[in-house]
Design a protein around this ligand. Structure first.
Ligand code: TYD
Ligand code: MG
Length: 456
């Protein structure tokens, strides 16, 4: 008889305990412990596989050979860029996102592109039947012969098929629906998720197979069975976006083979996801012209400047407590900037509700948008529009000073490309900007007061 070890695992962080606990001592969450059983044989077999597949002694770092052929390009350039230039052979990528955001669609499209290059690829679905996958494939127009589909939940069966078929890339959709018979807990529990991901990782490292795992995201915004998986895999990507908007952003949060600053922008259409090569144009397409409270700002997503519209609405409050609501920007930052406007510019906003929103469902998390927030709020409060071909960038300090931002020149170039006529930027940045912006008026400002005087 195989010996079975019973442990209780926290479903939130993976902490293990020999007895049941109400509260996890590691992450502090309540009622997350579930009984999991491991067989000793399974643990031994897992620990005896090495990641290189062979028994290699320690080597001098100078003698290890590397090659550049290690990347497979999917030819979806937005996807490749986020990966750092393509899928690395033998790597394991986790792609998380809300249900219905388009994870399955994106990866099926990527596999199709690879298949068209005659690369053998495998799509394993644990959620949909072969017919359902085929229906999706028809919708997005899949034409490749070397794209194989498998509807399976058993990890042992999947590994066996991978070893037989020997694909170059495999997609597991999703890791939460897979189970190994060596554990008795239910699919989706942290033990199963970790064990399945671990086994697939060893398979990838030892055979050079690139694996993409699709992971669901919990309500709190973490990939279910989260931290354990994020540690294990090479790359973690999040596919995010607002359900009400067609735009989707693919973001790298961890990448052992590339920068985590890159994003890819897609638009969900009837025939699948389409790359958006120029996101600024898209985000500015529906901007109202000469309306108070709207301003164009520049947000740097990785090495990529994106122009987006920021809107503010200031209206007198009907309750004792004025409301401050911010979507797409940090609400605390908005409160801070409103306080600066009150104290340093003398605007009386105490009896005003203030709503701030970034159009298109985009999130900007940079201090460079501060001056934009200040301008939009002031514009709405004064009911004076900011001219439509004006971009505003700069960080605002508590003393009302406008501070320099990084990569100002890159942002200016994007504005220039889109035909902007005027740009308000921190004075310290202006002095460092080289020429090459003919036809765009650059105005350096040192304080919020100065900026508002220039604008209104
Ligand atoms: P899906 O890839 O199934 O999402 P996930 O795997 O992240 O759960 O995407 C499903 C949504 O995308 C669904 O609401 C329909 C929409 N969709 C389109 O708009 N166009 C398409 O071509 C496809 C395939 C899906
Ligand atoms: Mg799916």
């Amino acid at each position: 008889m195989t010996k079975v070890r019973t442990v209780f695992g926290c479903q939130n962080c993976g902490y293990q305990s020999p007895k049941w606990l109400g509260k996890c001592p590691d992450c502090g969450s309540w009622n997350t412990f579930v009984e999991e059983q491991f067989s000793r044989a399974a643990e031994r077999s897992a620990s005896s596989i090495s990641i290189s597949g062979q028994d290699i002694p320690p080597q001098s770092i100078l003698t290890i050979e590397t090659s550049d052929e290690g990347r497979i390009k999917t030819e979806i350039s937005e996807f490749d860029r986020v990966l750092g230039g393509g899928l690395v052979t033998g790597s394991i990528v986790l792609i998380g996102g809300d249900p219905g955001i388009g994870k399955s669609t994106l990866l099926l499209q990527a596999l199709d592109r690879l298949g068209r290059k005659r690369i053998s690829v495998l799509y394993v679905s644990g959620e949909e039947s072969l017919r359902q996958t085929k229906m999706r494939a028809d919708r997005i127009g899949v034409f490749s012969q070397t794209l194989y589909v498998l509807a399976e939940n058993s990890l042992e069966k999947i590994i066996e098929d991978i070893q037989k078929l020997k694909p170059k890339v495999a997609v597991i959709d999703s890791i939460q629906t897979m189970f190994t018979s060596q554990l008795q807990s239910a699919p989706g529990s942290i033990g199963q998720v970790r064990e399945c991901a671990g086994r697939l990782m060893l398979l990838s490292k030892s055979t050079g197979l690139s694996t993409c795992l699709i992971g669901h995201v919990t309500k709190e915004g973490a990939i279910a069975g989260p931290r354990v998986l994020e540690h294990m895999v090479d790359t973690v990507l999040y596919f995010e976006g607002d359900r009400g908007h067609p735009y989707r952003i693919l973001r790298a949060v961890k990448n052992r083979f590339g920068s985590t600053n890159e994003i890819g922008v897609f638009e969900m259409k009837d025939g699948g996801l389409e790359e958006v090569a120029n996101p600024s144009e898209l985000f500015l397409a529906e901007r109202p012209i000469d309306v108070a409270g709207s301003v164009v700002i520049s947000s740097l997503e990785g090495s990529r400047p994106i122009l987006v519209e920021l809107q503010a609405l200031v209206s007198s409050t009907s309750y004792g407590m004025p409301r401050r609501t911010a979507i797409g920007v940090d609400p605390n930052r908005v409160s801070l900037l409103v306080a600066v406007l009150e104290k340093k510019v003398g605007m009386n906003l105490a009896q005003q509700d203030i709503f701030v929103n970034v159009a298109g469902g985009v999130r900007v998390e940079e201090p460079a948008v501060d001056l934009g927030v200040v301008s939009a709020v002031a514009s709405s409060f004064l009911d004076k529009p900011i001219p439509s071909k004006t971009m505003v960038i700069g960080e605002v300090g508590l003393a009302g000073e406008v501070r320099g931002i990084h990569q100002a020149e890159v942002r200016m170039k994007e504005a220039f490309k889109l035909g902007f006529k005027r740009c308000l930027l921190p004075r310290s940045n202006l002095s460092r900007i080289k020429s090459g912006f003919d036809g765009i008026e650059l105005i350096g400002v040192g304080s919020v007061e100065e900026a508002l005087e220039t604008l209104f």
